[in-house]
Ligand binder design. Structure first.
Ligand code: FEO
Length: 397
């Protein structure tokens, strides 16, 4: 595995082939926790790994330098996947000073016993000379946490970007030009949808700040290092952060005895009558929340349907809605549908949720008792056509 980024910077992180659940995010292709070692007049470790993999990080560092030679450990982000090995690392690197911002120190001190650590607290824009190279700290609040920051090395035009531009993707390759670009961008999109989506405005501010920097290499904290396809990932982030939508309609549903399923398929058929618009028909018990979020990320129109179960909507509809409520996809137009037997409830719950998340219904909901009749199916088909027209208009704007 090529871990050399240039003559003075090496990757020393960990490839986690086996992780499949990253706080609920289904990481079907594993993950990496990237850490980097800079060997200049000063020796600097940039970021660390999950606590389980601390010994691997220590092994990787010690293959390059004696542990007592490490002068600084930079913590760009306090989230546990990057910081939970710090208590071990700070013990194993006896001369290291932890470099972070004040907000990061507060978070780390809440999580860990930091009483023995030596600190250097940096301000936004501060520079730290480490020999030939300089470390330039740029705060990027809410990308992904309040304390998040980038570390930029102007001499190498290299950005340590923390979570930004990352992907949950385990591979033996470390660089974007060693894998298929489409595979990397697909994982970057899934990552953006499930981790970064609520912070689009902050991402745009970060991209504006990054536009003033000359960047040849982006060393992310997850996945591959970008050194060839930077325009592809930077343009994708611009589109995603701006809430740019694709010409499509998303249909989310759950069904007990196929009645709501038939309504969902009628909406789907209506969408496909409109040229240029595609549809995603997702049964929420057969689709992970991770995939649902990714489908919603670039979508302006979404129909939601559920059978009524004990006067309520089906439980996985609630889960999908709760997840999307937090992630705030750019959906504007919507439509509720569902079925019931003797007690209504599901469609009413869905409609209440639409009010909460400010999705505007295109028409009254369609509710059928036991089995959809021809009229209910046609109303759903018509709703599909209307949603598709709305999606077309939104895409043109
Ligand atoms: Fe990879 Fe926000 O942590």
């Amino acid at each position: 595995m090529n871990t050399k980024i240039n003559d003075k910077i090496s990757w020393v992180g960990y490839v986690d082939w086996n992780v499949r659940d990253f706080h609920g995010y289904q990481t079907e292709h594993g993950a990496t926790y990237n850490a980097y070692l800079i060997q200049d007049e000063k020796t600097v470790l940039v970021d660390t790994v999950k606590s389980h993999f601390a010994s691997e990080l220590i092994k990787n560092i010690s293959e390059l330098t004696p542990l007592d030679k490490v002068d600084y450990v930079i913590c760009n982000h306090a989230e546990i996947d990057h910081s939970s090995s710090l208590p071990i690392i700070m013990q194993k690197l006896p001369n290291a000073v932890l470099v972070c911002n004040a907000s990061c120190k507060k978070a780390l001190s809440a999580y860990y016993d930091t009483s023995e650590w030596k600190w250097k607290i940096v301000e936004n824009g501060e520079m730290l000379k480490i020999g030939e190279k300089t470390l330039h700290f740029i705060f990027t609040p809410m990308v992904h946490w309040p304390e998040s920051m980038f570390t930029y090395v102007p001499e190498d035009k290299l950005l340590f970007s923390m979570d930004a531009f990352g992907q949950h993707l385990a591979s033996s390759e470390r660089f974007d030009d060693e894998l298929q670009l489409n595979d990397i961008l697909r994982e970057a999109k899934t990552y953006y949808a499930n981790i970064v989506m609520p912070y689009g405005n902050q991402v745009l501010k970060t991209l504006t700040a990054a536009a003033n920097l000359e960047i040849n290499t982006i060393c992310t904290s997850h996945g591959v290092i970008w050194r060839k396809n930077l325009p592809a990932i930077l343009n994708a982030y611009k589109r995603w952060a701006s809430g740019e939508i694709e010409p499509k309609v998303l249909i989310l549903y759950d069904s007990m005895w196929e009645s709501t399923s038939r309504l969902a398929k009628a909406v789907y058929a209506g969408v496909l009558e409109i040229p240029g618009i595609s549809a995603q028909l997702l049964h929420v018990r057969r689709t992970s929340l991770t995939e649902i979020a990714t489908a919603a990320m670039d979508c302006g129109c979404c129909a939601v349907g559920s059978a009524t179960l004990n006067t309520l909507q089906m439980p996985m509809i609630s889960a999908a809605m709760t997840y999307l409520q937090g992630l705030r996809p750019p959906i504007k137009h919507t439509f509720a549908f569902g079925s019931y037997g003797w007690g209504k409830g599901a469609v009413e719950e869905i409609s209440t949720w639409f009010e909460k998340v400010k999705w505007t219904p295109i028409q009254d909901p369609v509710k059928c008792i036991f089995r959809p009749d021809a009229d209910s199916l046609e109303k759903c088909r018509e709703a599909g056509r209307i949603l598709a027209q709305k999606a077309l208009e939104m895409t043109k704007n």
